[in-house]
Design a protein around this ligand. Structure first.
Ligand SMILES: [Fe+2]
Length: 186
């Protein structure tokens, strides 16, 4: 099994950023990097939502290696709404999309790690949610993160957010589009 060069380049860039994670998030970063060493196959088909039009403008605001390598794989991803998205919250319904890069439905079908991306239109709030695995986010744009132990925070490009296992958390876009990567060992 050979990994596509575009995916390998993206993971190489992600490793540079993940190695900068400090504190309890460093264990999460190390775990995902260890688990993705062996490539896996995929049968994912690309899908897109209108909100994905914000990806290019979000990426245009920077020129990092991680952003450039993500730009080369984003059109291959299967972008969709969060499973529990509610049509009653139209701003969120129309204003967000998630895609799995490594994991179920991703560019590598696997169940030891989830790596993915979230895009949101300007001003959109990603509502409170939780999940059992701990998580590290790497921002690819401006944006704010909240969790039950942390006030709203923008870590900035090159920064990271750590969410402990099971904690309630949320994100929101400011006046610019929001784009971020998430990494969970499962
Ligand atoms: Fe999360």
């Amino acid at each position: 099994m050979v990994r596509s060069s575009a995916v390998q380049e993206f993971l190489n860039a992600a490793e540079i950023s993940l190695k900068r994670v400090t504190g309890p998030g460093a264990d999460v970063a190390q775990a995902v990097m260890t688990r993705w060493k062996d490539p896996r196959a995929s049968h994912a088909q690309p899908t897109r939502l209108p909100v994905c039009d914000w990806i290019v403008p979000a990426l245009a605001m920077q020129d990092g290696h991680l952003a450039r390598s993500f730009a080369r794989i984003e059109a291959q991803l299967s972008w969709g709404r969060r499973k529990h998205a509610d049509l009653a919250n139209l701003a969120f319904w129309d204003g967000h999309a998630n895609a799995v890069i490594l994991g179920p439905g991703g560019l590598e079908e696997r169940n030891d790690v989830w790596v993915g991306a979230t895009v949101m239109a300007p001003g959109v709030l990603y509502p409170d949610h939780d999940h059992a695995p701990a998580e590290v986010y790497l921002p690819l744009s401006a944006g704010q993160w909240w969790n039950a132990e942390m006030d709203w925070t923008d870590p900035g490009l090159g920064g990271f957010i750590y969410n402990p296992p099971g904690i309630l958390h949320a994100m929101r876009a400011g006046p610019a589009p929001f784009l971020a990567l998430w990494f969970l060992p499962i």
